[in-house]
Each structure stands twice: as C-alpha cells, then as structure tokens.
Design a protein around this ligand. Structure first.
Ligand SMILES: [Mn+2]
Length: 356
C-alpha cells in the first residue's frame, strides 16, 4: 500500500477508463459532498472517461443545496460495482469496505481483489482497519472534502466547477462541528474555508438546511431528550425499540440519521457536568423482523471534547472514527442490554481514553 503519493494518483487516473466513486453507507455531510465533488471534478476534467458514483442508502432532501447531487446513485454498492465494471474505484471518507455496505462489505472487498480493480482511498479518519488498496491518501485533514480540494484541485490542478465551493465547505464545516473541534492543520483548514467564503458560500444557509427537521424529526428529537441521562462523568441517551415500533410508518433511516447526528453534536458534550457521551439505538429496518429474544444490531456513536479519545471505546466493538467523534455497532437483545454493554466498556477502558 502506497501512501500520499500524488504522482501515483495522477498515474492511476490517467491509466483508467471507468471510475466508480463510493463512500460509507448512512452518509454524513462530508461523505455526500465529497462524493458529488469528486464525481463532478472527474467528469468535467476527464471527458473521455466514464465516471459514476454511488452511496448505498438514501440521500435526504437536506442535501438538495449541493449542485449535481442527482448524478450520484443510491442503489446497493455491490450492484454499482457489478454493473458498472470500473477499472478504478475511489473510496472516500472511509477506509474499508465494511463501511460501504451493511451487508456486502466482504463481497465488495473480494470483487476488488479478484478482478484486480485499482483502489484509491481518500480519508481523514484515525488510521485503523484500512483495507488493501493501491493508494491510501490520508493527510489528517479536517474533512475529505478538504483533501479533495487540496490534492485534486490545488495539487493536481483539476478545474473546479460552479458550485464546488459549497461541497468543499459543507464537509469542513460539519466535520469540524462548525469549527469547534481541534484540527490538525488549522492554517490549511481555515485558509481553505476562507477561500470558499471569498468564493461566496453561505455557511448559515448550509447549516440551516442540514439541521432542518419536520414534525416527525421533532418526535425523534423528543425521544432522545426524554431518554437523556446526565451523570457527572458522561451523558447518554437512546432511541427505544418501542419508539421505532410505534412510529414505524413515519420513519426512514436517513431521517433518523440526520436528527440523531444533530442531537448528539449539540447535546452530548454540553449537558450537565459532562463533556462527552454516547447514544445507542436499534438499527430498525436494516434487518429481518426477529422475535423479542433475538439479538439485534445496535448502532452507537460517541462525542467528546478534546482530551478524551472515544475511539478507545468504539474500537472494542470494531468501530472507530475520530477521537472526538466515533461510531460502532453491537449486537444486543434489548435497549438496556446495549446501554449496559457500552457502560461496561467505558468502565474497563476509561483510563486509556482519558488524557488523550
Ligand atoms: Mn468526513
């Protein structure tokens, strides 16, 4: 695996004819904006190549402010790979195949290696669990959109399109928690942000569009508020299985994602005395309906102020991310069991996570 080699990137691009861009499922704003940004850039700069992109799962109407969003497919990733038959794949804002698809991670990985498809990973997360690839790009930037701007538009000189600034700033402003989080390269991140502001982006409009929720969204928000627990050490909340059952007809995974991200980003680090916390909830609609006694897949997310490395905990469940924002999944029979599993891991690994 070669790391951070722009010459190799250029070579891989020049030698390819069919390029597929994918990102992680349940995409966050950086994943969505990086995908549409890279797709449009490659399409406009390499008119002789076939370019396509795919995000497995739904993209909500929250993102309609992103130019060219309609060119991004939303089917199963494995289908995109099998029908398009790329010779080069970009995996953006993630480092392995199990993040690209909930069900087909191993199959995707297998297809890439058996068919000898070239793979470029562009990511900015902590370097764990990186899948085999030809080029791994991770400069520790604040967002993948910042990496694409820095290394493809600036270093490789790809011509940007009208509206690219919105895609670049969306990843930066959301992955930094509106510039609240510590970044590794502040001079670069803030200067890229300044470039985008000078180019005319409206950060307020973007943030309002992304955090807009409807009445159903407010119900999800209220559920998390009702279940919120503040301890002196950390905060936590959950969305109950019962809530999902009772509101099933109104909910969709993308709406749940949008609302819980907004909720945890605004509340886990700044409620009560604690400066960090977690959420867990049953991943409804992502599995067969099982009996009450069956194990169910739960999704968990953690948020922390600088000083606590939440990936120490997330890693215990096979997850990861950033120190201040990480995620994982676990299997549990009930909401209470899922919460207890996270608390147990916190108690066991607390000393490792503190002071980081
Ligand atoms: Mn990101």
């Amino acid at each position: 695996m070669v790391k951070n080699d722009i010459k190799l990137l250029e070579q891989l691009l020049n030698n390819s004819k069919r390029i597929l861009i994918v990102t992680h499922t349940r995409p966050d704003p950086d994943a969505v904006s990086s995908t549409v940004l890279l797709h449009t850039l490659l399409r406009d700069n390499y008119p002789d190549k076939e370019i396509t992109s795919n995000i497995e799962g739904e993209i909500t109407s929250h993102y309609s402010f992103l130019k060219n969003l309609e060119i991004v497919g939303t089917g199963m990733a494995i289908q995109a790979l099998e029908t398009f038959k790329p010779d080069l794949v970009f995996l953006v804002d993630g480092m392995n195949w199990k993040r690209v698809s909930i069900t087909d991670g191993p199959a995707l990985k297998n297809q890439i290696s058996t068919n000898k498809i070239k793979l470029v990973i562009i990511d900015h997360h902590e370097e764990v669990d990186i899948d085999e690839c030809d080029l791994y790009m991770n400069y520790g930037e604040a967002s993948t959109s910042e990496s694409i701007y820095t290394h493809l538009i600036k270093a490789l000189n790809l011509k940007p399109y009208e509206g690219y600034e919105t895609a670049v700033i969306t990843g930066i402003v959301t992955d930094t928690g509106s510039f609240k989080n510590k970044v590794k390269h502040p001079r670069q991140t803030f200067s890229v942000a300044a470039d985008m502001v000078e180019a005319g982006v409206d950060i307020e409009k973007i943030l309002n569009a992304l955090s807009r929720i409807d009445e159903v969204g407010m119900r999800i928000y209220t559920e998390m508020t009702n279940n919120f627990v503040c301890t002196d050490d950390y905060n936590y909340t959950y969305i109950s299985q019962k809530f999902f059952k009772d509101n099933k007809k109104d909910l969709n995974p993308a709406l749940v994602d949008a609302v819980y991200h907004y909720f945890i980003d605004s509340r886990l680090r700044s409620s009560g005395k604690a400066v960090w916390g977690f959420i867990v909830f049953y991943e409804y609609g992502r599995q067969d309906e099982n009996g009450e006694e069956e194990l169910k897949r739960y999704k968990g997310s953690m948020r922390a102020e600088a000083g606590i490395d939440t990936t120490v905990f997330s890693r215990q469940f096979g997850g990861g991310g950033h120190k201040g924002a990480s995620a994982f999944t676990l299997m549990a029979k009930s909401d209470q069991e899922a919460i207890q599993m996270v608390i147990d891991v916190i108690e066991k690994h607390r000393s490792e996570a503190y002071g980081n």
